[in-house]
Design a protein around this ligand. Sequence first.
Ligand SMILES: CC(=O)SCCNC(=O)CCNC(=O)[C@H](O)C(C)(C)COP(=O)(O)OP(=O)(O)OC[C@H]1O[C@@H](n2cnc3c(N)ncnc32)[C@H](O)[C@@H]1OP(=O)(O)O
Ligand SMILES: O=C([O-])CC(=O)C(=O)O
Length: 358
Amino acid sequence: MISGLDDVIAAETMLSDVDGLNGRLIIAGHSLDALAGHTSYEAMLALLLGDFLEADVATITRHLAAARKEVHGYIEGVDAAILALSPIEGLRAMIARLPDGEDRDTAYRLLAAPAVFTPALLRLQQGLPVVAPSDTLGHAADMLAMLTGTAPTQAQVNALDTYLVTVSDHGLNASTFAARVVASTRAGVTSAILAALSALKGPLHGGAPGPVLDMLDAIGTPDRAEPWLAAELARGERLMGFGHRIYRVRDPRADALKNALRQLAEAGAVPADRLALAEAVERSALALLRQKKPDRALETNVEFYTALLLEALGLPREAFTCVFAAGRVGGWIGHAREQIDHGRLIRPQSKYIGPLAA
Ligand SMILES: CC(=O)SCCNC(=O)CCNC(=O)[C@H](O)C(C)(C)COP(=O)(O)OP(=O)(O)OC[C@H]1O[C@@H](n2cnc3c(N)ncnc32)[C@H](O)[C@@H]1OP(=O)(O)O
Ligand SMILES: O=C([O-])CC(=O)C(=O)O
């Protein structure tokens, strides 16, 4: 049966390389280790999109701040129907209101949109006033300020920058493939990003980190991890935050995010028992997965420590996928551009296996 297109190479890219056997990730020519914790999201965008945007970090920073202000204007149009949606569906509905195009202004609006719409929708859903974007803050700091209405600490800004950079691109994952398919029809980059966002939303892709926290809450204490996880696996459930199509070893992003979480913990932003519970769950899950699936390497993926990091930053779990989109949108736009500039219409074949009328 042809199922998940495993091992099919469907694009050439300058954006990232996922080495699943050795657990190495290269983004825009740099190893994740050199980027995560050392690079702002704006600097990451300069690496991913600098040629297309024809801009350096300072110019990108300025244009992105202006774009945050521009898309903030769309908040006025938020209605009760959008507020009744989940944050990721609300974000998708808001992005659908942005004009389509293949130009730089469209790209900046799309880069700004998740960072502006996510905090605004969350605050409106709680009956709180929306916080306008700032002229002076960087992208990560502004996103946090729009969320809480107060200035974030440097440790929080560093943690969010680390997260956004870490998830900014990852080869031809499902959402990026969706973006490239739509871009290949020349429908426009807004349409491509809407397709990508829809793919990201699923629990087997970017929808996993919310359920990771549900799992930690259901387990409650480290001693309950092993029996709880064993019962889930016996019921045929998948453990969220574990397993990956490409990685056969630990996802290098798990360590980058765990480091960022440790730094937040040192700054007093993570309760010690939360970290201890997470580590106990990770240990038990890996041991059980090895026992249950000895022939299939199932390791910790990016979503496990994403959940803990975004929780420590005060984000509600329903909005984790929106924050993922705020980072991945840079990669999606890069892939859409590559497809437009160098690709053709993507149109594979299907094999008919249905009946033939006599
Ligand atoms: C940003 C990201 O997208 S990272 C991924 C986030 N998603 C998750 O964490 C959800 C949990 N993980 C999973 O569902 C999977 O590991 C995926 C979807 C990420 C990758 O799956 P695939 O490469 O398609 O592997 P596939 O679905 O073929 O699974 C292979 C086997 O391992 C099992 N398996 C895979 N992941 C898990 C898991 N997390 N828990 C338990 N069993 C698992 C499957 O049940 C399957 O068993 P079977 O052969 O007996 O049917
Ligand atoms: O690469 C994948 O299949 C999923 C993933 O980890 C990502 O998109 O970050």
